[in-house]
Design a protein around this ligand. Structure first.
Ligand SMILES: O=P(O)(O)OC[C@H]1O[C@H](OP(=O)(O)OP(=O)(O)O)[C@H](O)[C@@H]1O
Ligand SMILES: O=c1cc[nH]c(=O)[nH]1
Ligand SMILES: [Mg+2]
Length: 210
């Protein structure tokens, strides 16, 4: 498993405002989108391309374009939805699939309540979006879902992770190649499975519903 923590003062600045409990939903949503755009730049570094012949106003040349089949972007509802716009701004040709998951707050186990993905993901590059990698249960379930459908290449884009969650994902992957791009790795999980210092409940802060 490859983990890349994006280290950039703009990301750190935006994360600080995002974490602040005084930051209200409209600003939280805007910052989430901006952060994803910065993280997506790194996450798409190995997006597959193919040569294309074009004519510039001056003459012919061969450039590179994102190859087919198109990359698949999968936001994990609800909080991952707040990251979708930032990602598709950068990769407008991407296809979008959806996974609805909620963590049972007693057991901390993920429950999948919705799925809308292509049946056959063989030969697809997939980008999973979820702001919070806490125990890792939701991300492990999402990645397993994609790999079981034949995805060959999975990159997760998360805003924050806990060290415990990252270790859990690594263990669950059994050497299968996944890539995780993060804004920061925080100190730890608390007894309720929240990332500390974290930013609280990302879904509630984006959408304001419990
Ligand atoms: O790593 P884990 O311990 O599985 O926790 C992380 C998950 O928890 C949050 O979703 P939540 O279950 O709160 O659903 P929501 O997005 O609808 O708020 C978050 O967006 C992740 O999906
Ligand atoms: O800190 C956390 C943990 C899980 N889900 C969140 O939204 N925040
Ligand atoms: Mg939530």
């Amino acid at each position: 498993m490859r983990v890349h923590v994006a280290d950039h003062p703009l990301i750190t600045h935006k994360l600080t405002v995002l974490r602040d409990r005084e930051t209200k939903s409209p600003t939280f949503r805007a910052l989430t989108e901006e952060l994803v755009t910065l993280l997506a730049y790194e996450a798409t570094r190995s997006v597959r391309t193919e040569p294309v012949d074009i004519q510039t106003p001056v003459g012919p040349t061969t450039g590179l374009a994102i190859s087919k089949p198109r990359p698949l972007v999968v936001p994990i509802l609800r909080a991952g939805l707040g990251m979708l716009e930032g990602m598709t701004k950068l990769v407008p040709s991407a296809e979008v699939g959806f996974l609805g998951m909620m963590r049972d707050e007693e057991t901390l186990q993920p429950v999948t309540y919705a799925e809308r993905l292509p049946d056959d993901l063989s030969n697809r590059q997939c980008f999973v979006l979820d702001p919070m990698l806490a125990t890792g249960g939701s991300l492990i379930a999402a990645i397993d879902f994609l790999l079981d459908r034949g995805a060959v290449d999975v990159t997760a884009v998360c805003i924050l992770a806990s060290p415990e969650g990252l270790a859990a994902v690594e263990k669950a992957m059994h050497g299968r190649e996944v890539h995780i791009v993060l804004g920061a790795v925080d100190e730890q999980l608390n007894d309720q499975g929240y990332i500390v210092p974290g930013l609280g409940d990302a879904g509630d802060r984006l959408y304001g519903l419990a």
